[in-house]
Design a protein around this ligand. Structure first.
Ligand code: TYM
Length: 329
């Protein structure tokens, strides 16, 4: 058996993922495949918690899987799955929902944000973190690479696992969140107090991985900046420029101080023009590979193979959980 630690993470099939997804999560996913046993998942069932068009959803699921491969995941080294292909996720979610509590679900920040002001909210949106806990716990996961917004969900997963283990006996590994030091929260281009997200009504607030160079340039040149003209990292007083510096540094690889030095005495305009080029250069190879992968029909084979491998792991954990609970198996 492999001695490597297990990594699991998931991403919603929003089709064209954002630069926030890429810098906050996917870059770490790619790096971790070198050293860990990785299972990555397109969480199509989580996407059903908000209404969506069936044909559109199907395309988004495939495009998301293709983009993960295009970003550098090696299907020969990682297990890449579509959540609904491994039915054990739903089955374990039910068992865990009898261990999780109503109170703790109601305290989840993401639920509060997504349900705020809505007349009707699906039950799935409320129990979303339980399905996420099932995703993680099925694979005896040690590390969960995510952006900062998902930390609370990984913590609740730990709590649920710990409660289950104490109540019924040890079944689940307790996972740790793995959050990058820089880029854990890439902010919106039009408002640095909000997370960059594709659900934002203003498409100029986010860069997608499939944006054309012209669109990237337009979005970055129109990004809000702060008063003054100094390109300086100061999240408290210069939140917008600090966000752009983080993006620059995460894409180009240099330290923030070096980048500040490069733009000493220059204004925001020069900096933003170069940033647009840096982001375009980062995304160009991903976009080229994406086209090739879509044309090759490879995704269907990769996710089928992934599901076969994932089920081997998942059914052992599910069986152990059922047995401990006292179900007749
Ligand atoms: P999702 O699909 O919203 O985002 C996928 C990953 O991208 C990160 N991310 C960001 N990081 C930095 N800055 C941003 N602006 C930004 N936007 C998104 C997220 O933190 C996440 O890591 N609930 C999860 C999906 C999920 C999951 C799981 C994750 C389902 N089951 C099990 C880990 C383990 C979600 O909605 O991520």
């Amino acid at each position: 058996m492999s001695q490597k630690k297990r990594v699991f993470s998931g991403i919603q099939p929003s089709g064209a993922l954002t630069l926030g997804n890429y810098l906050g999560a996917m870059k770490q996913w790619v790096a971790l495949q070198e050293t860990h046993d990785c299972v990555y998942c397109v969480v199509d069932l989580h996407a059903l918690t908000v209404p969506s068009d069936p044909d559109d959803l199907k395309k988004r699921i495939f495009d998301t899987a293709a983009l993960l491969i295009a970003s550098g995941l090696d299907p020969d080294r990682v297990i890449l799955i579509i959540q609904s292909h491994v039915h054990e996720h739903c089955e374990l979610a039910w068992l865990l929902s009898c261990t999780a509590t109503y109170g703790e679900m109601g305290r989840m920040t993401q639920f509060k944000e997504k349900s705020e002001g809505k007349e009707s909210v699906s039950l799935g949106l409320f129990t979303y973190p339980v399905l996420m806990a099932a995703d993680i716990l099925l694979y005896q996961t040690d590390l969960v690479p995510v952006g900062a917004d998902q930390k609370q969900h990984v913590e609740i997963t730990r709590d649920i696992a710990d409660r289950f283990n104490r109540r019924y006996g040890p079944v689940f590994t307790l996972p740790e969140p793995f959050i990058p030091e820089a880029g854990a929260r890439i902010m919106s281009l039009d408002d640095p107090t909000k997370k960059m997200s594709k659900s934002n009504q203003n498409p100029n607030s986010y860069v997608t991985l499939l944006d054309t160079p012209a669109a990237i340039r337009k979005k970055i040149l129109s990004a809000v900046t702060d008063s003054g003209r100094e390109v300086r990292y100061d999240p408290e007083n210069k939140a917008a420029v600090s966000n752009l510096l983080t993006i620059y540094s995460r894409c180009a690889g240099g330290s923030i101080e070096d980048i500040e030095g490069m733009y000493a005495g220059k204004g925001y305009a020069d900096f933003k023009k170069d940033l647009a080029a840096v982001v375009t250069d980062t995304l160009r190879p991903v976009q080229q590979r994406f086209e090739d992968i879509c044309a090759s029909g490879e995704v269907a084979r990769v996710v089928k193979d992934g599901a076969d491998k994932a089920r081997e792991i998942a059914r052992v954990t599910l069986g152990a959980a059922k047995e401990r609970i006292g179900l007749v198996i």
